[in-house]
Write a protein that binds this ligand. Structure first.
Ligand SMILES: *Cc1c(COP(=O)(O)O)cnc(C)c1O
Length: 378
C-alpha cells in the first residue's frame, strides 16, 4: 500500500472528486482557467456565430496574431487549423502526393506518419534510426535526402521521449536546402522553441503542450510550402493545403471550424508568457527532474541528455516494476504515462508540459523518489 498521495491536489467538482493528477503525455492536464474561459465563451455568444461572420474573423485574426507574438511564428508564415496531428499528416501527404518524401523517424509516431503516407502513394521512403543516436546526415544522404522533394521529421518523438536537437535540425536544413522540411511538433510546440525558419510545415495538436482539450491542431506553413502546393494544385480533397491557405488569407476555413477550440487557444495564448520564457522554465524543470530521478536510481530510456525531450520524460525499468509503479502512483493520485509502441511494457512516461505546475511536479518527484527508496530497501 502506498502512503504518499497527491491528496493536496484533490479537487471537488460538482460534489464528485477528481482525484487524479495527470502526467500523461497527451491528452494531459488542461489549464484550470479553462473553466472560466468556457463560461466566458458561452456569455460572449461566439459559439453561435457563423464562421464567415466578422466576429469569427476577428477572433481568428487575433489568435493568429497571438501565435506570432507568443510562439514567435514568423509574420510571413501561414497558420492553418486542422482537427488533429494525424489529419496534418494526411493533409501534407495529399497536398504533395506525387512528390518523393523521405521520412526520418525513430519511434511510433514518425513511423505511423510514414506508413500513412505509403498507403496514399508509393513516392515515399523511410529511414529509421535508433532512439539513442542522433540523426546521421550521412545516412540521410544515402537514403536519398538530396533527391527528396520533402523530408519529414518528428521534433519530439512522444513514444520514446527523444527530440531532434535544434542544432541537428539546422544542419539538416543547410545540407538539404532543396527539400521542403516538414516536422511533427505535437508534444513540442508551445513547450519548446520551434526554429520556424528551418521548417516549411510544422504542426501540433493542442492536447499536449497547449494544455487544451483535444479536437484541434495547428499547421504552420512557410511561403515556399504554400507556393509549391499551389503549383501542384492538389485541391480536390477535403484536406487540401491550397484551399485551406486560400481561406486563411481572410482568416477563414474551408469548413466550420472548432470555434470553442479557437476561443480557448486564444485565451490560453493570451495568458501565457512568451515561448522563450516557457521553454526556459521547462528546461530547468526537466533538468531538476532528471537530477532527482537519477539520484533515486531511476534509469532514463535514452542515456544522452542531448537527445532527451524537454517536454516528455521516459524512464526504463523491468515490466513488473513499471506495472507496480504505475498502480501505486494511481492509488496515490498520480496518473503517469504508459510506455508506447516498442516500449509499452518496460518504460513509463511523464509529461513536462506547461500546464503542470512546479508544485505538482515536485509532488510527483517526491512520490517517485520515495517509492524507489522503498523498492530498494524491501
Ligand atoms: C500525440 C501525437 C500525435 C497524434 O496526435 P492526434 O492529435 O491524436 O492526431 C502525433 N504525433 C505526435 C508526435 C504525437 O505526440
Amino acid at each position: 500500500m502506498c502512503v504518499w498521495s497527491a491528496v493536496v491536489y484533490i479537487r471537488k467538482i460538482d460534489k464528485k472528486t477528481i482525484a487524479m493528477l495527470s502526467f500523461y503525455p497527451g491528452p494531459s492536464k488542461v489549464y484550470p482557467q479553462l473553466r472560466d474561459f468556457m463560461d466566458q465563451a458561452m456569455d460572449s455568444g461566439i459559439l453561435s456565430v457563423n464562421h464567415r461572420s466578422p466576429e469569427f474573423v476577428a477572433l481568428m485574426r487575433q489568435t493568429v496574431a497571438l501565435m506570432r507574438q507568443k510562439l514567435e511564428v514568423p509574420a510571413h508564415y501561414t497558420v492553418l487549423l486542422a482537427s488533429s496531428a494525424t489529419e496534418c499528416w494526411e493533409l501534407l501527404s495529399e497536398s504533395f502526393l506525387d512528390q518523393h518524401s523521405l521520412h526520418v523517424y525513430n519511434g511510433a509516431f514518425g513511423q505511423k506518419w510514414y506508413e500513412g503516407r505509403l498507403r496514399l502513394s508509393p513516392h515515399a521512403s523511410g529511414l529509421s534510426y535508433p532512439p539513442h543516436r542522433a540523426i546521421s546526415l550521412h545516412a540521410m544522404e544515402r537514403a536519398g535526402a538530396k533527391q527528396a522533394a520533402v523530408i519529414c521529421l518528428t521534433l519530439c518523438e512522444t513514444s520514446n521521449a527523444t527530440r531532434i536537437h535544434p542544432n541537428t535540425l539546422g544542419r539538416i536544413r543547410r545540407k538539404f536546402p532543396q527539400a521542403l522540411l516538414f516536422a511533427d511538433a505535437t508534444s513540442y510546440m508551445a513547450g519548446g522553441r520551434v526554429d520556424w525558419l528551418s521548417l516549411d510545415a510544422c504542426f501540433a495538436s493542442v492536447q499536449k503542450c497547449f494544455g487544451l482539450p483535444a479536437g484541434m491542431a495547428l499547421l504552420v506553413c512557410s511561403p515556399r510550402c504554400v507556393q509549391q502546393a499551389r503549383l501542384l494544385s492538389h485541391d480536390l480533397h477535403y484536406n487540401s493545403l491550397v484551399n485551406a491557405a486560400k481561406q486563411m488569407e481572410n482568416f477563414q476555413t474551408t469548413h466550420t471550424p472548432n470555434v470553442l477550440g479557437v476561443y480557448l487557444l486564444n485565451r490560453v495564448l493570451d495568458m501565457r508568457p512568451t515561448i522563450g520564457q516557457t521553454n526556459r522554465q521547462l528546461r530547468l524543470r526537466a533538468q531538476r527532474c532528471w537530477k532527482r530521478l537519477l539520484q533515486a536510481g531511476f534509469t532514463p530510456l535514452v542515456p544522452y541528455e542531448r537527445l532527451r525531450s524537454e517536454t516528455v520524460l521516459a524512464l526504463r525499468d523491468t515490466p513488473e516494476r513499471v506495472k507496480r509503479l504505475k498502480a501505486d502512483a494511481k492509488a496515490a493520485g498520480f496518473l503517469i504515462g504508459n510506455g508506447y509502441g516498442d516500449w509499452k511494457d518496460n518504460t513509463f512516461r511523464i509529461a513536462n508540459f506547461p500546464a503542470i505546475t512546479d508544485a505538482e511536479m515536485d509532488a510527483l518527484l517526491d512520490f517517485l523518489c520515495r517509492w524507489r527508496q522503498q523498492e530498494v530497501s524491501s
